[in-house]
Design a protein around this ligand. Structure first.
Ligand SMILES: [Zn+2]
Length: 494
């Protein structure tokens, strides 16, 4: 209810109301509101019910808030005059300001006080104002001690939470903590047991991944063998395999999380792992090895629209990622070593992007044509994908240009194989388990013929490069580049 009074009473704001990210803790909220009401009445203040955290958020304070904490947001409102000087900020206790950063909490309190806000901690009935602190500077020391203790307390609390989990785990050997079981496990007489054929499949997936098979190929192989997918009816997908490979539960571990609010944003923080909670299917060492193999296989993303080498190349000097720095129109710019441009710990120079791109196309175009010819010679009808559909091959026009030259090249390079088509199996599946993809050869060959004229074409070519090659090293001083496809070999570009 709004009423006009001749002389407006001094306003007070309850910080709990102000900052509460959720209404989850109703008791605490009610208690703090009651404390604030009592204080306001006692001191003839008007407790402001209008200004809520949401109001400030709508007024565009949220960004500031996220950057500096809840009270910085309040402070901003003071600065802009939304909250008048001389107002009271009522908080249950100073430790509400911040539990994780003593310096920041202290700075916020100081800023508030200097800005003319009277900060009251209700629990111990202490007032922090410019006046009171000038009279009694030790009050500030007292505040610091509260902050330090609050910080220690939250450290202890978080430790206790972990201990509680451990105790819970120890106490209930057979009891089920979570009813949400991974797909390869099931309940049997109240105990968690593996589904034998699924556990077996999981081991096969990990062993394929450990030999360097990317999730895409593992999925294709499963589909080719008509292995039914778990949970839903449909073909296996790259993402399904990738999710399994990243799931720590295969080692028997149950990862625990807690939800915490930091600057009013909810974070899901890992607080620990209960080892041996589920039956172990994969040894932890294997899991880590596979995980590291797969996390190295990075994704191209939108960077590939401008940079055909996105997430493929590393610096020959320091091993850091090579990034593309766009300058001018598309297809221009320079390649830089991330170690040099970001961390300043590498002395590799910049190298022209356009130069490396055209060198790559000039080298990989014929190389791809060669691959296609070999596969075609081996078995024109045998190149099929996992769904049984034939790979899209280039038309004869494009190939005929290369045919004569390549045929003689091949005869020179492999005289012992002259006139003899290499076996399709030799060529499609290399020793690293990586396939010589006809489609990808076709993409590279087309790009070499027509150039990378659109961002779409560049992204497609990037995807093909990353399927064929699992690593690329470039020397930015010379532009010399080595693309390697596992144990199967490598291609030099210079
Ligand atoms: Zn470098």
């Amino acid at each position: 209810m709004t009423s006009h009074v001749e002389q407006a009473p001094v306003r007070a704001y309850s910080y709990q109301r102000f900052s509460s990210p959720s209404q989850a803790n109703g008791d605490s909220l009610a208690r703090q509101t009651a404390l604030a009401r009592a204080y306001a009445e006692q001191h003839g203040l008007r407790l402001d019910d209008e200004l809520t955290y949401r109001d400030l958020g709508v007024s565009g304070f949220r960004g500031k808030n996220a950057a500096h904490g809840e009270l910085a947001c309040f402070l901003e409102a003071v600065r802009t005059g939304q909250i008048p000087e001389g107002s009271f900020l009522l908080i249950e206790s100073l430790d509400r300001l911040s539990r994780d950063n003593i310096l920041r909490a202290q700075a916020i309190l100081t800023n508030l006080v200097v800005s003319g806000i009277n900060v009251v901690s209700l629990a111990d009935n202490r007032l922090y104002s410019e006046e009171s602190l000038s009279e009694d500077p030790l009050g500030l020391i007292y505040a610091l001690i509260v902050f330090i203790r609050a910080n220690e307390e939250s450290a202890i609390k978080s430790m206790r939470a972990r201990q509680a989990w451990t105790r819970k785990r120890e106490a209930v050997q057979s009891k089920v903590l979570s009813t949400n079981l991974p797909d390869w496990l099931t309940f049997e007489n109240g105990r968690i047991v593996p589904v034998p054929e699924r556990a077996e499949l999981l081991r096969r997936i990990f062993s394929d991944a450990e030999r360097g098979q990317p999730p895409q190929l593992i999925a294709e192989a499963l589909n080719m063998g008509n292995v039914p997918r778990w949970r839903i009816d449909g073909p296996w997908e790259r993402t399904t395999i990738a999710a399994l490979i990243n799931n720590r539960r295969v080692t028997g571990a149950l990862p625990l999380h807690e939800f915490v609010y930091k600057r009013n944003v909810q974070h899901r923080l890992p607080i620990g792992v209960v080892a041996g909670y589920f039956p172990r299917i994969i040894e932890p060492e294997t899991f880590l090895r596979v995980w590291s193999i797969c996390s190295n296989r990075r994704r191209g993303g939108s960077a590939a629209k401008r940079n055909v080498f996105a997430n493929l190349l590393r610096c020959a000097d320091c091993g850091a990622d090579i990034r593309h720095k766009p300058i001018g129109e598309e297809g221009k710019g320079v390649l830089v070593c991330a170690g040099a441009s970001i961390a300043h710990r590498c002395s590799a120079p910049e190298y022209s992007y356009a130069a490396l791109e055209s060198a790559m196309l000039a080298r990989l175009g014929p190389w791809s044509a060669e691959g296609i010819l070999w596969i075609r010679n081996a078995d024109p009808r045998g190149c099929r994908n996992s769904r049984g559909a034939p790979y899209r091959l280039l038309g004869n026009e494009a190939l005929s240009w290369h045919h004569d030259r390549l045929s003689s090249d091949l005869a020179k390079r492999f005289p012992e194989r002259s006139g003899e088509a290499p076996s399709l199996a030799d060529y499609l599946v290399t020793s690293s388990g990586r396939r010589y993809l006809v489609n990808d050869c076709s993409t590279l060959l087309t790009s070499a013929e027509t150039g990378l004229t659109t961002s779409r074409r560049r992204a497609d070519t990037n995807a093909a490069l990353r399927r064929m090659f699992n690593d690329g090293i470039v020397d930015l001083r010379t532009g010399r580049c080595t693309l390697s496809c596992g144990a199967a070999g490598s291609v030099e570009i210079s």
